[in-house]
Design a binder for this molecule. Structure first.
Ligand SMILES: [Zn+2]
Length: 550
């Protein structure tokens, strides 16, 4: 872990204008800087950087934060990765505190990786095999493909480097037999090193070259090698996934290697396991669009269904394409059939349709009891969709089940809060901005004002009186065109807001259906307050007079 002290040192050295200028061109605008927002497409700049507050904010899409947040969002890095990047940009040496729990020597894996790579180049037969599968030399380099030879050679190699077998066992390259003998986990296998998200070798996948019963072997699950959190090819594909805003998830290591070779550089694979919940956040940091490129056999179809359900439960969007007749993406690349591959990818099936079809395929719709089960199972999934999606897929599902549209019920999801786009009011905004810049004024007026006095900016008002550092407060304070008022103008403006409020309250109360005594009490109160306001004094806010129309 990076020490607190180092993190503070980095933070105190960075300047937001400096940092963001490395990414986009900033133009001075009043006390702030402006630019076109790098996080959403726009023609007129609404991205503001404040050098005083050391923050950025976009009035178009609402993103905001400090320099660290900017780099995290822009480069899709974690907090720690960002600190490391900034430290190297600013020439700051980071101190690391040792974590006590994980004490694993990663350098062993690097040495072993190099050993496997060298072994491959000494072995013509294996190189020939890779070439026959269509793998170019450049791909061997890109993916650091290697070869694990016989057992004794590997043990001798470890001995020659004085690597402790106990340590080698911990990182999953050695196993220990019942008799206590150590043995190499990978023997006579083509080696695909597997990198962590931080680009460190954490394990290996090995494909047999002697038709061993287990075609593929992976490093055993360990502290450093957690299959459900790793993706093969992640390091190589990462930037391309961001650029293309899409990820292709294949099933095999060779598929990934050859798809990259054919120009599909946004391809990764799960490690011989199905996709898990833990993969979702790793993917969604880079893109929301997933294309599953799975085998068309039964296992592949099942895996695609399970993965698609996970995808549908998350914020991701998914499509599926299945490769039939035992032809996988690797074969198509090897035989030079890139056009066919392209066609399969562009004719991929929408994930929601895939799920419905997968369910319905299990049943015989001519048997009414089975049709009922298919219907129930489909509706179970249908109900998890948003209302818009339910309307969108209603006919599709009815068609699939050979039923009338009318029988598909729309299940009402809880309404998500609609964002109401209000008109703006400069006077209200000036009051709010002044309150943010001068929080002490809030104490002076808080007992007299109420959120109903703000016609257009109730939400901002509530958020500002709760917290002058809230996002809404930030937005208001960064708006250069909104005037910040001096004390005299501020109180004057508050008086105007209050008068407006009591005038409109009087109109509404007159129309309301109240008892005569209630009405006369309220009207008297309102008139009194308007009178007080005319003397430039604030009337105390009386909840009794508004409670009826809430
Ligand atoms: Zn924006």
């Amino acid at each position: 872990m990076i020490s607190e002290h180092s993190i503070e040192l980095v933070k105190s050295n960075i300047d937001i204008v400096d940092t963001i200028s490395n990414y986009i061109e900033l133009k001075k605008n009043g006390t702030n800087y402006k630019a076109r927002c790098p996080f959403h497409g726009e023609k007129t700049p609404s991205f503001v950087v404040s050098s005083v507050k050391q923050i950025y904010h976009c009035f178009g899409c609402g993103v905001s934060g400090d320099a660290i947040k900017f780099i995290m969002e822009h480069d899709k890095l974690t907090y720690i990765e960002t600190i490391e990047k900034l430290a190297s940009d600013y020439n700051i040496t980071l101190e690391y505190t040792k974590t006590k729990t994980v004490n694993i020597d990663f350098s062993i894996l690097d040495s072993v990786n190099n050993y496997y790579k060298k072994s491959l180049h000494k072995n013509d037969e294996i190189l020939k095999y890779l070439s026959s599968r269509g793998v170019f030399e450049s791909s061997i380099e890109k993916f650091d493909i290697g070869y694990a030879d016989a057992n004794n050679d590997f043990l001798n190699f470890l001995k020659s480097l004085n690597i402790d077998f106990q340590e080698a066992l911990k990182v999953g390259i050695l196993g220990k037999g019942d008799s206590g003998d150590y043995y190499a986990v990978f023997r006579q296998r083509i080696i695909f090193p597997i990198y962590s998200l931080k680009n460190k070798v954490v394990g290996f996948g090995g494909r047999t070259t002697i038709e061993h019963n287990s075609k593929y072997v992976n490093s055993p699950q360990s502290m450093v090698f957690n299959k459900s959190r790793l993706l093969y090819g992640y390091s190589q594909a990462r930037n391309n996934i961001i650029q293309s805003d899409k990820v292709i998830i294949a099933e095999g290591y060779l598929d990934v290697v050859l798809l990259h070779q054919a120009g599909f550089c946004n391809c990764v694979a799960t490690l011989g396991t199905a996709m898990t919940k833990e993969h979702i956040p790793i993917i969604s940091r880079l893109t929301k669009n997933v294309l599953l490129a799975y085998d068309g056999d039964k296992a592949g179809k099942n895996a695609a269904y399970k993965a698609m359900r996970l995808i549908q439960d998350s914020s991701l969007k998914g499509n599926v394409c299945l490769f039939d007749d035992g032809v996988d993406p690797a074969d198509l690349v090897a035989s030079g059939d890139i056009q066919k591959l392209q066609d399969i990818f562009s004719n991929s099936k929408n994930g929601i349709e895939y799920i419905f079809e997968f369910i319905v395929d299990k049943y015989d719709l001519d048997v009414s009891s089975q049709k009922q089960t298919a219907f129930d199972e489909c509706i179970g999934f249908f109900n998890t969709l948003s209302n818009v999606m339910q309307y969108e897929y209603k006919s599709f599902l009815a068609n699939l089940l050979k039923l009338d549209d009318k029988i598909i019920p729309i299940y009402r999801q809880k309404q998500t809060k609609r964002v109401i786009i209000e008109n703006e009011d400069t006077a209200e905004l000036s009051v709010l901005k002044t309150m943010v810049q001068n929080p002490i004024l809030i104490d002076d007026v808080i007992e007299y004002i109420e959120y109903d006095m703000f016609v257009y900016h109730k939400r901002e008002f509530l958020s500002i009186i709760k917290d002058v550092n809230s996002k809404e407060a930030l937005e208001v304070s960064l708006r250069d065109e909104i005037e910040c008022l001096n004390d005299e103008h501020f109180f004057k403006q508050i008086t105007i807001l209050m008068s407006r409020f009591y005038q409109s309250l009087r109109k509404r109360k007159l129309k309301e259906n109240l008892s005569l005594s209630e009405k006369s009490y309220i009207m008297r109160k309102i008139e009194e307050n308007i009178k007080i306001l005319k003397t430039n004094t604030f009337p105390t806010f009386d909840e009794n007079i508004t409670q009826y129309f809430h």
